[in-house]
Design a protein around this ligand. Structure first.
Ligand code: G3P
Length: 202
């Protein structure tokens, strides 16, 4: 299983990346807006720090504008993955960009049929949102299990990227369900290292 950090905080990314076990980064426009810095500037510094895939999301809702944004984002670095929302236009853009050899991450996935459509559109990653489903009293991890099973029936190559991870248990359960990637916010990542019995044992 690959571990991505779900963050735009370059200081936190640098610190955790010193471990040498971070495989990539996911970002989103609201995380970038919170940081108060420019979109491109943040993505550039993240791509310099982490060699693996870095997801950068389009903000446009129309097909044409998604493509124009994807073009601009992909020029930032060769490790940029274009993150697209799971909408009609997002899927259309995914299919189009896949044909042109872009890497894509289709985000905001909440159901199995949505994941199937993303796989059919050639998405590199599909991002089911576990925490937000749990918030709505739906078992988020069950969605990962179902997508995993269905993708294995049809040998879909799209990787399952468990997102909206809120707890240590989400990481455990995503791994048990066979997620290919788990993207973890820095706070949750830090909690993975520690255990009181480890401290006591020291
Ligand atoms: O990876 C998706 C993530 O940024 C959303 O997380 O906690 O806002 O549902 P959350």
């Amino acid at each position: 299983m690959k571990i991505f950090l779900d963050s735009t905080n370059i200081e936190e990314i640098r610190e955790i990346n010193k471990l040498g076990i971070i495989d990539g980064i996911t970002t989103n426009p609201s995380l970038i807006a919170k940081s108060g810095k420019g979109f491109n500037q943040i993505l550039k510094s993240i791509c310099k720090e982490v060699k693996g895939p870095v997801s950068a999301e389009v903000t446009a809702e129309s097909f044409e504008n998604m493509l124009s944004e994807a073009k601009i984002l992909s020029k930032i670095s060769k490790n940029i993955v274009i993150k697209l929302p799971l909408t009609f236009n997002g899927l259309k853009a995914c299919k189009h960009l896949t044909k042109k050899n872009y890497k894509t991450n289709v985000t905001l996935c909440f159901t199995v049929p949505q994941a199937i459509l993303a796989a059919k559109a050639g998405a590199t990653y599909i991002s089911p949102f576990i925490g937000r489903l749990d918030d709505a009293n739906v078992d988020g991890v069950q969605l990962i299990r179902e997508i995993k099973l269905i993708f294995s029936h049809y040998n879909y190559e799209t990787k399952i990227l468990a997102a909206s991870i809120r707890t240590k248990n989400h990481v455990t359960q995503s791994a048990l369900a066979g997620a290919d990637v788990v993207t973890i916010p820095p706070k949750v990542f830090s909690s993975l290292v520690n255990h009181n019995l480890t401290d006591k044992g020291l």
